[in-house]
Design a protein around this ligand. Sequence first.
Ligand SMILES: Nc1nc2c(ncn2[C@@H]2O[C@H](COP(=O)(O)OP(=O)(O)O)[C@@H](O)[C@H]2O)c(=O)[nH]1
Ligand SMILES: [Mg+2]
Length: 249
Amino acid sequence: MVNPRRGVRAVPGAVARGRDRVTGVFQHRYPTVAVTGMTGVGKTELVDHLCGRPAPGGTSESGSAVMERRVRRDRRLRGFRFRVVPGENAATRLGALDEVFHDDPVDGVLHVVANGLATGRRLAGTTGPAAVEREEQLARELEDWTVTAHRIASMAVRRPHPTWLVVVVTKVDLFADDVDAVVRSYSPGSGTPFGDRLDELRALAGAAKLSIDVLPACSHLEGDAVSSDQRDAYLAALETRMAQLSGHV
Ligand SMILES: Nc1nc2c(ncn2[C@@H]2O[C@H](COP(=O)(O)OP(=O)(O)O)[C@@H](O)[C@H]2O)c(=O)[nH]1
Ligand SMILES: [Mg+2]
């Protein structure tokens, strides 16, 4: 069999430049998606579901702190590349944010939040230590979002084409009766601190440069508040929206 790439590589000059252009087109045919959010919100499990398989080995393949994952061929988001940014460890995290939002900017962003339930505690005990811990986690979510939102804004203003952001409100099995209200609290114009920062981000980037969606999700079921069909429906809706946003339908 002839290796077409090797054949082209042997030809210098204009043809080689043409090849670079073609390679560039090929590389950009499938969207890249940054996955951000603090540790424990559910980034890894969400990406496992979207890719159709668990993480290979569990460590970074690229030698950086960013964990690269590609969607399986038979999936709706075939070819999509996810670049998961670690939520903890300030130094590597800032480098990883630079990588996905500056050095090699992504096409879209999934920012994952969990309604203050990064550790997975149920909402049931709304008094005492659990409630305090949840308040702390909500504050950390907000801090994490503030750092990330700045990076997204500066990426969006620099680029000629629009960027998309989906705020993924996950772990909805832990607050199944409140999903709509919680999704609203993470939405633009909601008047919450998170919503205010979204509004600022949109004002900074410009509405034409940045589209914002907020979608519920669930990638793991604790108890039976959410059925597995319902979970699959949440994930399917998220995939459909990402495909639309990427013109990949
Ligand atoms: N109840 C519930 N737990 C979840 C969900 N998604 C993830 N988790 C759990 O939350 C913890 C952190 O998830 P992980 O994906 O490792 O978070 P990451 O640190 O953001 O990558 C794990 O124990 C997961 O099983 C969900 O939708 N519902
Ligand atoms: Mg993880």
